[in-house]
Design a protein around this ligand. Structure first.
Ligand code: MG
Length: 379
């Protein structure tokens, strides 16, 4: 079973006053929330983008993982048709989703896919609960609420049915389900979700921002490093920025602080910002004998620039000698200071390798680190 999704971001945003799909929402543009929600759905195989012609270059650069990025048409129907034309002919279900709906939940997407497979066409909807009035020519009338639903996206279709529906459609439709209805298909409305709101007016963006803040956005990163002991009697062992005088030092371009390197990599990894070798290549003479605090401090800055703050780190050091735990408080205080977090968010354990392997023979020291990060608040 193959599912292709299309995010429609080509709208002019007249009611919003500008290109709303590019409006920033908790560190990323609105369209990116919609795109990511579909891209990470386990049943969605690929996601394409239909965008304003004027912003085509920007979107192509910003969404290299999209299955396609194409310019939209003169109205929503035309844009949806263009998107549909770019989905693979062999896919079973096509999902069409408004870029302005940043929070389609996994459960809603699941229900739409299941119903589209069952009935050919489906959309999430909510029964109208407010009293509905009609205002025409100054006359107020109460509309019978019974049986009225508001309809959301993603709307899902068996691809062949949607192709036929658009071929048969005269003019344009306010949504894609209407095109399928015109073909005589009986679409299903499945339960939507109030959080799956559409950002139409600027004040909707404020609601979306509140919802974005409540989304769990925790990320975890893993770091590992190993350095062999040096034969150079002038090198001193440094772990977590703490000097172990009298212990043989580790070999390396910088101060070879394997502990600090593992933590740096865990942080960079959590934010998908590459690794320590990429940012501080050991071919660069600038980093020669550099205290590794520089790397960790820089990683913290890179995270901050990307909208992330450090929640906690945990470290497991593997060494036959020296005994590290008596210096644990100093190491944790160092890491906490550099990262700007309380020391109770820095875990440190040390173990031997039970004399197994190279580390067990005392040829070097290895270190594992895990970092948890979350979005900076107020951003
Ligand atoms: Mg290293």
């Amino acid at each position: 079973m193959k599912v292709a999704a299309v995010v429609l971001a080509a709208g002019s945003g007249t009611r919003f006053g500008g290109d709303k799909a590019r409006a920033p929402l908790a560190g990323k543009p609105l369209w990116r929330w919609s795109f990511d929600a579909l891209a990470r759905h386990p049943r969605v195989d690929e996601v394409g983008l239909v965008v304003p012609a004027a912003a085509l270059g920007d979107y192509r650069r910003e969404a290299p993982e999209a299955s396609f990025v194409v310019a939209g048409g003169t109205d929503r129907t035309a844009s949806a048709k263009i998107g549909l034309d770019h989905t693979p002919p062999d896919c079973d279900v096509v999902l069409l989703h408004d870029a302005a709906r940043p929070f389609p939940s996994e459960a809603v997407v699941d229900r739409v896919i299941d119903a589209a497979l069952r009935s050919g066409a489906a959309a999430p909807g909510l029964p109208v609960t407010d009293t509905v009035k009609s205002l025409r020519d100054g006359a107020v009338r109460t509309v019978e609420r019974e049986g009225l639903w508001t309809v959301q996206t993603p709307q899902g279709f068996r691809r062949g049915l949607l192709v036929r529906a658009y071929e048969a459609l005269q003019g344009s439709a306010t949504d894609d389900l209407a095109a399928a209805e015109a073909l005589g298909c009986k679409p299903e409305i499945v339960p939507g979700n109030a959080d799956n709101l559409k950002v139409t007016r600027p004040e909707d963006l404020e609601i979306a921002r509140r919802l974005a803040r409540s989304q769990p956005a925790i990320r975890t990163g893993l770091g590992y490093d190993v350095h062999r002991f040096s034969n150079d009697p002038d090198r001193c062992l440094v772990l977590g920025g703490v000097r172990f005088e009298g212990s043989p030092g580790l070999d390396g371009h910088s101060d070879a602080d394997a502990l600090m390197h593992a933590v740096t990599d865990a942080l960079l990894g959590a934010a998908s910002l590459g690794d320590i070798g990429q940012h501080f290549p050991n071919t660069d003479p600038r980093w020669r004998a550099e205290p590794s605090e520089t790397f960790l401090a820089r990683a913290r800055e890179l995270l901050k620039d990307s909208g992330w703050s450090v929640w906690n780190i945990d470290v497991a050091l593997v060494a036959e000698s020296p005994k590290v735990m008596p210096r644990s408080a100093e190491i944790r205080a160092n890491l906490a200071r550099i990262l700007g977090i309380p020391a109770d968010r820095v875990g440190l354990k040390a173990t031997t390798n039970e004399r197994l392997g190279a580390i067990g023979r005392g040829e070097g020291i290895a270190c594992f680190a895990v970092a948890t990060i979350g979005p900076i608040h107020g951003g």
